[in-house]
Design a binder for this molecule. Structure first.
Ligand SMILES: Cc1ncc(COP(=O)(O)O)c(C=O)c1O
Length: 454
């Protein structure tokens, strides 16, 4: 497709969508970042914000949470146990244990698999620190490995190369919804007698070759905080088929439930004291919301998938801007949490993803940012490691996409039009190019920095 055709397609899509007020034929030729008229004006952006609103809170959730408050049951466990049982059935695991958040669920998992001081745990370097920080609390060492460039999940070859006699476990992260190569991960882990923890924080309910994520390794742990696909507020869940792992998980931080799974003989010295010295019980308002979330989550996921695949259909043929989508039959990207796509600077004369994303965001009033999480192996928190060639380059090869929650095709067309408009005029951006993107360390550092400056 030629440059002129790109522009024409972009303008036509916006016009067809009824947003002619924000895109005139002549202004469409000039990029908003260079003073042209944006594809989506500020007023239109405010009107379209509902397409992104998250989480979707319905009356049943409000009532469920109110009921807990009115019955003064916030600190009980009856509703939480009901949520756990329903979550386990939906997820396809024998046991589920609700925790305060994803971080505590992961901390619990490290203890529950029997990790000890001096052990090593392998983890991909591109993830949020909470994927592996629980191992540090136990006195173990986190050894990082590289990721695959096609989906930013653990590279099995790099994983195996980092195994030592001290390695006891691997954490795999289904990063930004993409399922890890679980066949290879499990083959290597079993060969070396390692436990496998799946961090499912970005892909609740996702599939790998037809199997639910979190059911393939020894234990799954995940965040259910408000920004995630499966959102209940602050909350986390641990899932497993292994009763010993489940019992130890309870022993870590659910003190009041210890006598329910350990005999009096087993706990005669410690009674119900938690071995993690933690109290990880979930607030039952969140558990009640979770029960309601379970009823609608699969439908919400399906709608998101429809919207995101529609968007990508409109972008077919744009060189250098590519969907991240699992290639295996039966695998998906549940919920599309924090959607990212591939950006190839070579297709745009070396233009960085920073400037490209900025230019598209100028057309759409936000929604496109360059890069992904800061590689953890560069942080002194874990002790600097590396180099990891793929991990260290990925930040320049990724752009975040708008995360559409509803398949409103007229609105989505405008976002596709904006990408096409920028992709057609990249040469004009070269003089402004800003180079390498900042990494946020999985902390939303940009917002953090902004707050610091206030
Ligand atoms: C991959 C990953 N693991 C773990 C966590 C920690 O979960 P939480 O924030 O609920 O503690 C997060 C983020 O929230 C995450 O992105």
């Amino acid at each position: 497709m030629t440059r002129k055709e790109f522009i024409k397609t972009g303008s036509a899509a916006a016009t067809a969508a009824g947003f002619t007020g924000c895109l005139t034929a002549t202004a469409a030729d000039k990029l908003a970042l260079l003073g042209g008229t944006p594809v989506i004006g500020k007023a239109e952006a405010a009107k379209r914000s509902g397409i992104f609103a998250w989480p979707i809170v319905n009356d049943a959730m409000l009532k469920a949470s109110n009921d807990v408050l009115l019955k003064r049951k916030m600190s009980g466990t009856d509703i939480t146990k009901e949520f756990e049982a329903k979550f386990a059935a939906w997820n396809g695991t024998k046991y589920a244990l609700a925790c305060l958040n994803g971080t505590t669920a992961l901390n619990t998992a490290f203890y529950a698999i029997g990790l000890k001081p001096g052990d090593e745990v392998i983890c991909p370097s591109i993830t949020m620190w909470a994927s592996c920080s629980g191992a540090v609390n136990i006195g173990a060492t986190v050894v990082f490995c590289d990721v695959k460039p096609d989906d930013l999940t653990i590279d099995p070859v790099s994983f195996e190369a980092h195994i030592t006699p001290r390695t006891k476990a691997v954490v795999v992260v289904h990063y930004m919804g993409a399922p890890c190569d679980m066949d290879e991960v499990m083959r290597i882990a079993r060969k070396h007698n390692l436990k496998v923890i799946e961090d499912v924080s970005h892909a609740q309910g996702g599939l790998y070759k037809g199997r639910k994520l979190g059911t393939i390794g020894d234990v799954g742990a995940m965040s259910l905080m408000s920004g995630k696909s499966f959102a209940i507020g602050e909350g986390g869940m641990l899932v497993t088929d292994d009763y010993e792992i489940y019992r130890k998980a309870i022993r870590f931080g659910h003190y009041d439930r210890i006598p329910q799974v350990f005999s009096m003989e087993e706990i005669k010295d410690t009674k119900n004291m938690p071995f993690g010295a933690m109290k990880n019980r979930l607030n039952q308002c969140a558990a009640a919301v979770g029960i309601e979330q379970l009823k609608k989550y699969d439908a919400e996921r399906a709608e998101i998938e429809k919207a995101m695949l529609y968007y990508w259909k409109q972008l077919e043929g744009v060189p250098g801007f590519r969907i991240m989508w699992p290639k295996d039959e039966g695998s998906d990207k549940a919920g599309w949490y924090a959607s990212r796509c591939h950006y190839d600077p070579e297709a745009f004369g070396g233009l960085s993803n920073v400037t490209f994303a900025k230019a598209v965001s100028a057309e759409t009033q936000g929604g496109y940012t360059p890069g992904c999480y800061m590689p953890l192996h560069t942080s002194s928190l874990f002790g600097k490691q590396g180099p990891f060639p793929v991990t260290e380059r990925m930040n320049q090869l990724i752009v975040s996409d708008p995360w559409f929650k509803h398949c409103d095709t007229a609105k989505i067309d405008l976002y596709a039009a904006a990408v096409r408009k920028v992709a057609a005029q990249w040469e004009a951006l070269l003089p402004l190019d800003e180079g390498v993107p900042p990494c946020d360390g999985g902390l939303g550092l940009t917002d953090f920095e902004k707050k610091k400056r206030v």
